[in-house]
Design a protein around this ligand. Sequence first.
Ligand code: UGA
Length: 441
Amino acid sequence: MKVTVFGIGYVGLVQAAVLAEVGHDVMCIDVDEAKVENLKQGLIPIYEPGLTPLVKKNFEEGRLHFSTNPEEGVNHGVMQFIAVGTPPDEDGSADLKYVVAVAQTIARYMTSHKVVIDKSTVPVGTADRVRKVMAEALNERGVDLNFDVVSNPEFLKEGAAVADCMRPERIIVGTDNDDVVDLLRELYEPFNRNHDRMIMMDIRSAELTKYAANCMLATKISFMNEIANLAERLGADVEKVRQGIGSDSRIGYSFIYPGCGYGGSCFPKDVQALIRTAEHIGYVPRLLKAVEDVNDDQKMKLPEFIQRHFGDDLKGKTFALWGLSFKPNTDDMREASSRVLMDELWKRGAIVQAYDPEAMDEAQRIYGHRADLRLMGTKEAALQGADALVICTEWQSFKAPDFDTIKNALNEAVIFDGRNLYDPERLRKRGFTYYGIGRGA
Ligand code: UGA
């Protein structure tokens, strides 16, 4: 099938590459000329396991095309994916200007029936808005052409995006036209073989499903962080509690890991956007607000421990920081806990010696050259001469370090562990002062 994807960000590029991989003929359109040129050279703008070879292979084999020409994009596919960003505007609502611009572009150039598919995470009611702006643009042109608007939200996780897209747990399709269902079934047929993963519904329910899924996961995390805060005060170990409750199949083990707060481009933005949607319709979303508040406080947990240990003035102190990205297997630092931590340390005069397996370039891009940030080449180098070790991301390579090396390199054997990677008792026996999340102070 011929498919066009507008927006070569995370969602758009992964979806495009995966659709090309199963044989569809996919044209990707983006306004960023440099990005398009780089992609043609095989340079992928994001770090995502498995994505580079997939993009290169499908580009070379002629199933994946990149262009900045919107007209070419509109002419190419019957299926027109909208996968552009929906950043938060000043009040935290999702800003739809890019989505609206793509909808207008499609209407401006289309000469035959198109199925417009919303992949971006968009508030309930966006499909109606897309339909309206397209109808207006077609009207201005004085042409009478049919089109359909479908909501088909994406559920991929950064760091596992290609695998999630290749083997989706579910494919949500929101449509008000049964004729479109068959086209969508054909498009997703290769991903739908061993059992039916497609869940059909009305458009508004599909739009809300995306937010409900992310907000549910964020709620699980904030709930567990609240239990961690209680455990800390009650002398319990939240890791034992986590295992205890996870064994109940109704609760399950996933997404109940306490830590120094959730980050990334999705949870913080989507929780906030659903809060704004609720408020716009006069509903007070008490639970969602609490989820957000708990998370904001949780990002202050490591700075609080550090303050408790070293006092308020950190001038002359150096902190080794392991992990900058918001989670492992990505170089993405959006809303990462490490950023809140570094800001707090810098405010108090400390120096940060950071190491991350993938996010070093990203940190350089965000912070540039500053005297109080030293980006180190290895996790061991980050330790040299530091007063303590702080961990913000649970990269595999941090899970079984040589503790003697850590102890010898640090001025004081202190670890502030924002991801509960180590056994507190074992570390105390080795002579460390260890601060974990919800594990007794
Ligand atoms: C999330 C969802 O998991 C995807 O299903 C969704 O498609 C995506 O958002 C999206 O809307 O695009 P992602 O943001 O890539 O994916 O990352 P997650 O793996 O969900 O992690 C989010 C944050 O929660 C990370 O900072 C992670 O450290 C934190 N987390 C996760 C915890 O603190 N505890 C947990 O138990 C799990």
